[in-house]
Design a protein. Structure first.
Length: 159
C-alpha cells in the first residue's frame, strides 16, 4: 500500500492541475472574438475572456473580431489566469502571451484594437475603459462602423 501511494504521488506530478487559477496551454480553437479552447495536457478547457464582449459572429464586425483573435492566439502557447467559471461552465480568464520576456494582455489588446467592448456589466475597470475610449476616438475596428451595437443589446440580454 505504501508503494502504491508513492506511485500515485509521483504520477500526479505529471498531470496538469486544470483547476488551478494559473496555467499554461495551447490555443486549439478560437470560437469567436471572446472565446477560445485551450489544450492543457489531455484536457481542453473552454475559456471566455474576462471583462470583454466581442461582436457576435452574425453581427457587423463579428467575423473580423474572431479573425483578429485567431491571428493573435491560434496554435500559440498562452498563460491563463482564471478564478471562476461562468454560468455555461466556461472559465472566465485573462490571457497573456509571452514573447522575449514581454507579456501581451490579450483581453486589453482586443479592446484597444476595437475588436471588443468592455463588458457592460464590468464598466468600472478604468484601464480598459480608457482603451475603449482610445479605440472609439481613433475609429479602430468596430468603431469604424456608423452605429456599432453592443453584443448584449444584439442578444437582447443586457443586465
Amino acid at each position: 500500500m505504501k508503494y502504491l501511494l508513492i506511485a500515485i504521488s509521483i504520477f500526479s506530478l505529471f498531470i496538469p492541475d486544470i483547476s488551478a487559477s494559473e496555467y499554461e496551454g495551447l490555443v486549439v480553437k478560437v470560437t469567436d472574438g471572446d472565446s477560445v479552447k485551450i489544450k492543457v495536457g489531455e484536457i481542453t478547457n473552454t475559456i471566455r475572456l474576462l471583462y470583454i464582449d466581442a461582436p457576435e459572429k452574425k453581427q457587423d464586425y463579428g467575423i473580423k473580431s474572431k479573425k483578429f483573435l485567431e491571428n493573435l492566439l491560434l496554435n500559440k502557447r498562452v498563460f491563463v489566469v482564471t478564478a471562476k467559471d461562468d454560468r455555461y461552465g466556461r472559465q472566465l480568464a485573462d490571457i497573456y502571451i509571452y514573447k522575449n520576456n514581454e507579456a501581451t494582455y490579450i483581453n486589453a489588446k482586443m479592446i484597444k484594437s476595437g475588436n471588443a467592448w468592455v463588458y457592460r456589466k464590468y464598466r468600472t475597470n478604468g484601464y480598459l475603459i480608457n482603451l475603449e475610449n482610445h479605440a472609439k476616438l481613433n475609429n479602430k475596428g468596430l468603431w469604424g462602423y456608423k452605429n456599432p451595437i453592443e453584443p448584449c443589446i444584439f442578444r437582447k440580454k443586457c443586465k
